[in-house]
Write a protein that binds this ligand. Structure first.
Ligand SMILES: Cc1cc2nc3c(=O)[nH]c(=O)nc-3n(C[C@H](O)[C@H](O)[C@H](O)COP(=O)(O)OP(=O)(O)OC[C@H]3O[C@@H](n4cnc5c(N)ncnc54)[C@H](O)[C@@H]3O)c2cc1C
Length: 288
């Protein structure tokens, strides 16, 4: 029989994870949809469930100094509405949260649910990639921090063990103030993305002093290449065009979309290329 647990503390939740291997439940907007049943009937869950959305240890957004600059800690039960209301959340994550679904869902769905679901089309994950986010995992041993791109291994796959929980997300201080976010979907609200694009950058004296680009839903995990970003960094704005073919050849190797019910591989590839080029040609320049 499927059991439902509502622990009072993180310690109790971890004990339930360790003993029962119960599936964590936060907002339920992915999990309960995945196991949906006929209208009016309970979800068809195959495993016991442990609710974590109310745990005080998983709530709240904290800002602290880490020696380099402010670091933001987002608790695993924090919803998109809470992110949007907080003054320290970086613009790119707010843009992605704002365009995610609709207000009712943003009031209950969590950022960490988006991460743990590990969908290549997860909009907030795309933003977290350009922010160099780290995931805090708690379990029987001391909590550990794992870079997001290592935490997510593939569609629906993470490094989380069945006796662990994600307890927070950390964002290091970001020094890239130029922000571009584009969600390509069928409708303005309540539509999963055909693809999503996040770009952040910084200019100094007409040259790119730093850049991070991520594209979601065009490969098994969000695409980000630090190697290509290094090639872009240092280029003068006027010289980007001359390097564009080389840059896009690099991204072409990584952008390997599929056809599915939301879009075609051809559309996703062309649109991803177009958005990267637009960011480098126009959006960075527009901010100078
Ligand atoms: C109508 C609708 C529209 C949507 N639109 C969008 C959209 O535009 N963009 C988008 O990216 N997504 C969208 N989604 C998907 C979903 O809302 C998001 O992925 C959301 O962030 C999931 O959060 P949640 O708290 O509901 O997660 P849940 O459904 O509670 O959990 C999701 C997964 O994370 C695991 N999990 C949750 N918390 C923890 C934890 N602390 N530790 C370990 N594992 C945990 C669960 O076991 C499950 O596997 C939409 C969903 C619906 C129903």
């Amino acid at each position: 029989m499927v059991e439902f647990y509502r622990p009072q503390t993180l310690e109790e939740a971890l004990q339930i994870r360790a003993e029962k291997h119960a599936t964590p439940l936060a907002g339920g907007t992915d999990l309960l949809v995945r196991y949906r049943n006929w209208a009016g009937t309970l979800p068809k869950l195959s495993n016991s469930v442990v609710y974590v959305g109310h745990l005080p240890e998983l709530g709240g957004i904290g800002v602290s100094g880490n020696g380099v600059g402010p670091e933001i800690r987002i608790g695993a039960a924090v919803t998109y509405s809470e992110l949007l209301a907080h003054p320290s959340i970086p613009e790119i994550l707010k843009r992605a949260s704002w365009e995610l679904s609709a207000p009712g869902l943003r009031n209950i769905a969590t950022l960490v649910g988006n991460i743990c679901n590990a969908s290549p089309a997860a909009d907030a994950v795309c933003a977290l990639y350009v922010l160099d986010a780290e995931v805090e995992i708690s379990g029987p041993k001391e909590p550990r921090r794992v870079p997001l791109h290592e935490f997510i291994q593939g569609p629906g796959k993470t490094v989380l063990k069945n006796n662990e929980l994600v307890t927070a997300v950390y964002l290091p201080s970001s020094s890239l103030p130029i922000t571009a976010y584009h969600k390509v979907g069928t409708r303005r609200a309540n539509a999963l993305s055909k693809l999503s694009f996040c770009g952040v950058a910084k200019l100094e004296s007409g040259s790119v002093a730093g850049v991070a680009i991520a594209v979601g839903a065009v490969a098994p995990t969000v695409v980000r290449s630090r190697e290509i970003e290094q090639r872009i960094t240092g280029l003068r704005l006027d010289d980007i065009e001359a390097s564009m073919a080389d840059i896009m050849a690099g991204y072409d190797e990584l952008i390997k979309p599929i056809d599915d019910q939301r879009s075609t591989a051809v559309y996703r590839k062309q649109t991803a290329h177009g958005l990267i080029e637009r960011f480098l040609r126009e959006e960075i320049r527009g901010a100078s």
